[in-house]
Ligand binder design. Structure first.
Ligand code: ADP
Length: 577
């Protein structure tokens, strides 16, 4: 419990008890006052009237003054009947007085009146006794209650008196002693306050401070310097460039490899602000850029790979920015203290990749000619002038034609891909008619459409403007969309091509009624060599990747809208001419 709460509770309780005590006392004083007033009002007055009547009773027959006085006091007594039996006696006195005025000679009546008066006195004396007993009882119960409440108050006050000062003063004394110990360089000193009150928090802060002081005290400067040198040497001897930044992006260290590739001297780099350096050095700007995007100058290839020209040779690096966090001594929350930029040299892999791409390019280029000649020979063979073929031979020829068509498609895609990978896409961008692109693509897929009895619905806006596009490559993309749509559609279904004006761009879309694409794969189908698991393995997984490269190289955008079981709509948009 917090000290504040403890104080509030103790003092509050004491206040409440004092209030209760005062209320009890006030109540009993009031009750006693009521009792005394009752005796005065009810009985003392009656006794006074009775005494007056007794004095006047002697002269009742002879003196008019005495009779008047008697009657007056009797009237007053009749209005002050308070005790049981008092009314009847008063009535008796009145009737005896009335009889006396009628029978003046009756000498016994005054004696009767006096005995009535004596009876009245007796009744009131007894009532006074009774009431004084009652008052005595009230006094006793007041005494008991006030004593109980007073004792409780006393006990609470005593408890507070004994405990509270110690509760507050003891931790302060312990703290003072511990601070003295720390001042005397006894850094192992700790406070051990239990509980979650203010002193508990104070103890945890004090202990964390003492722990830090102990750590600093234990770290020997020469040992620290030696460790620093060792780490510096380690970083310097790394073959990969490493740059360290603090939390304010000031350069803390850069190894020799990093200085070599950036071409900046150590003195110009260390301790300088990275963002200021980036203004003068493009490579540093690219290095400190945090987003994983295609970097600007000197960068090429895949998203995170950088091409850097240093020492008369080109090298490729993959950049990684690692956040450095520590948990400071005695604390619990992690804190960012800087970043390390690591560059991984991937030049050998890049060279292998180039070799692979060149090999694929050469092979697919070399294969194209023989495959074309196979196709020509096939045409000659199918020609009836060359001789008649039996059914079996004709079937074999169809198989050979389909296979060579596929081979031609695959080599074409591989060639395109190698062009894309080497960055050798030759674009012939000109003002092209969207209708013409559409017609070209639709003609190319006529045969496969007929084979699967799929109907092609074409919807175009009227008078569409020209687009800025490479006619051949754009048609290739549309054909790719259409052949995919045919391949993944059921027989006798429908494919819809739409060419619409969407403001700044012209949008081409191909919608099919096929099985659709699972949301898990939707973003990946534009990756190279990716095929949705379970789909027909006849393709290469390159078509959509090449389409993306072709469209993006022309400044356009490409995408797909699809739900499993709901068909797919592939689209691309190109700028108006
Ligand atoms: P592939 O040569 O395998 O067709 P693509 O790059 O053209 O390569 O397509 C990649 C993958 O996308 C395919 O394996 C296929 O699973 C999926 N895909 C492409 N078009 C469609 C479509 N119209 N309907 C359903 N799936 C499709």
């Amino acid at each position: 419990m917090k000290i504040k709460t403890k104080l509030r509770l103790g003092l509050g309780l004491l206040f409440l008890m004092i209030l209760t005590l005062s209320l009890i006392a006030a109540r009993y004083v009031y009750v006693l006052k009521q009792d005394t007033e009752n005796i005065l009002q009810d009985n003392y007055k009656t006794l006074d009237y009775t005494r007056n009547m007794l004095l006047a009773s002697d002269g009742l027959l002879s003196e008019v003054r005495a009779r008047n006085m008697f009657e007056e006091n009797l009237k007053l007594q009749q209005q002050n009947v308070t005790e049981p039996g008092e009314g009847a006696v008063t009535q008796k006195i009145a009737s005896h007085l009335a009889s006396l005025s009628l029978q003046k000679s009756n000498a016994g009546l005054p004696a009767l009146i006096r005995s009535d008066l004596a009876e009245l006195t007796r009744i009131n004396m007894e009532a006074i006794h009774g009431k004084s007993d009652k008052a005595l009882l009230t006094v006793r119960s007041a005494f008991v209650w006030i004593a109980v409440a007073g004792t409780i108050c006393f006990l609470i006050a005593l408890t507070l008196l004994v405990n509270l000062p110690g509760n507050i003063a003891n931790p302060i004394r312990e703290l003072t002693e511990s601070i003295r110990a720390i001042a005397a360089k006894n850094y192992a000193e700790r406070l051990h306050f239990q509980g979650r009150d203010e002193f508990g928090e104070l103890a945890s802060s004090f202990n964390s401070m003492a722990e830090k002081l102990e750590e600093y005290d234990n770290s020997n400067l020469s040992q620290v310097l030696f460790e620093k040198k060792r780490i510096d040497a380690l970083i310097n001897n790394m073959h990969e460039p490493v740059i360290g930044l603090d939390e304010n992006k000031q350069i803390l260290f850069a190894n020799e490899e990093a200085l070599r590739i950036t071409g900046v001297a150590a003195a110009d780099m260390l301790g300088k602000s990275a963002s200021e350096l980036a203004e003068q050095n493009d490579l540093i700007r690219v290095l400190i850029e945090e987003k994983n995007g295609q970097s600007g100058i000197n960068a090429s290839g895949s998203a995170a790979s950088l091409k850097i020209y240093a020492d008369n040779k080109e090298s490729y690096f993959e950049k990684e920015i690692v956040d450095i966090t520590i948990v400071p001594t005695g604390e619990r929350v992690k804190k960012l203290i800087g970043q390390v930029i690591l560059l991984k040299n991937i030049t050998p892999f890049k060279e292998l990749d180039f070799a692979k791409t060149n090999f694929i390019a050469t092979v697919s280029h070399e294969l194209k000619t023989p495959i074309s000649s196979i196709k020509m020979s096939l045409q000659l063979l199918e020609n009836q002038h060359t001789g008649l073929l039996n059914d079996e031979q004709a079937q074999l020829l169809t198989g050979i034609r389909e296979d060579s068509d596929r081979l031609l498609k695959i080599t074409g895609e591989l060639l395109n891909m190698s062009q894309v990978e080497t960055g050798n896409i030759q674009l012939n961008i000109q003002q092209s008619s969207p209708y013409e692109i559409l017609r070209y693509a639709a003609d190319a897929v006529k045969i496969p459409l007929e084979q699967k009895h799929i109907s092609l619905v074409v919807q175009t806006d009227d008078e569409l403007p020209h687009v800025k596009a490479d006619m051949e490559k754009t048609a290739w993309v549309l054909i790719n969309f259409l052949t995919n749509a045919v391949r993944y559609s059921q027989e006798e279904s429908q494919i819809r091509i739409q060419v619409t004006d969407s403001g700044q761009t012209i949008r081409f879309s191909v919608q099919d009624e096929g099985k659709g694409i699972d949301s898990r794969y939707r973003t990946r189908i534009f990756d190279r060599y990716f095929q949705v698991p379970g789909s027909a393995k006849t393709g290469t997984g390159l078509g959509l990747a090449i389409s993306k490269e072709f469209i993006e190289a022309q400044g356009g955008s490409i995408g797909v809208i699809s739900e499993i079981g709901m068909g797919s709509t592939f689209y691309f948009e190109l700028a108006k001419a």
